[in-house]
Design a protein around this ligand. Sequence first.
Ligand code: NDP
Length: 341
Amino acid sequence: STVLVSGANGFIAQHIINVLLKRGYLVIGTLRSEQKAMSLLKLFNHKNLKLEIVSDLAKPGVFDEVLLKYGKDLKYVIHTASPCHYESTDYEIDMLIPAVAGTQSILNSIKKYAPNSIQRVVYTSSFAAISNVKNAYNSSLTLNEESWNEDSWCDTLEDAKTAYYGSKVFAEKAAWRFWKDNQNSVNFSLTTINPCYVFGPQLFDESVSSTLNASCQLINEAVFSKAGDDVDQKFASLFIDVRDVAKAHVLALEKSNLACKRLILANDKFSTQDILDNINKNFPQLTGKIAKGVPAHGLKVCQYIATVDNSKSKNLLGFGFRSFESAVNDTVSQILRARTT
Ligand code: NDP
């Protein structure tokens, strides 16, 4: 079967493509530039991967051409492409519009060119669609698959982080709305994957650069911290390993019990202090050279955030998630390998 994966060069998408190719799927990936396509093709070096250029998500009809070309052969679509960072001054232009328009655009192109062949669409949403920033820090709340970030469009124009959260919830809502409104015109069922902070190695060592994708950058900053640096004792969130995120996306294509579900991918809480404690414990060559903070204080910081009950998602997926230690250690080891080569 053939799968279309948007944002193919992204951190998460590369891991998804890797799992798909290993399971024998044919993959059509989309990305923004010829240069990125050339280097990704070289890294994968796999006959079952084809790449197509799809420029800016905000451009109307941007997915038409690729769906016209491959639509009849496609069975599945995984839409991962979306701005994923907090660096923006124009929140609507940089985040909200590309996220929402890109999602509507790919679904409209499916309706136009592949309404019958495509059986399942998986949208990479986020924990940001489950909770707004404020509720994520409300320790009296328990969030689950029925929870929503209820910020209005205007609420999300406050700062870049809030706007990113908005971009994810508005895009996810647009996907569900499209699916409900088009029951008679399309064949596919929709699944959304809602991961929290995604850690883990880049699929290829060659992709490690001085700055990593937004979530792994937290670990990168810890590795490049200096002894005596102040450590943020307020930030806490939840984590999931990128290899589990990739596996969940592929299972969402294959398992009928995952159709029409929102799946929260979260293993456990973590804080910046926990990242440092883990590195200081497991990488003796860095101990004394990087920040120490207040060892073991992480548990206290984690008490400031909401509880996430994703037992429903875990039961449906039916596999155990990788540990914090393995996600952080494998990320750090790769950064250190890149440092010495
Ligand atoms: P990356 O930044 O590595 O990947 C993002 C992908 O989206 C890239 O291919 C990027 O292209 C593409 N993209 C971004 N903006 C545009 C645009 N305006 N037009 C066209 N393409 C665009 O991030 P991740 O792999 O981490 O994220 C993938 C998905 O997972 C996103 O939807 C993100 O919101 C979601 N997610 C990520 C989490 C995390 O912790 N990493 C947590 C929860 C959800 P280019 O490289 O050219 O910029």
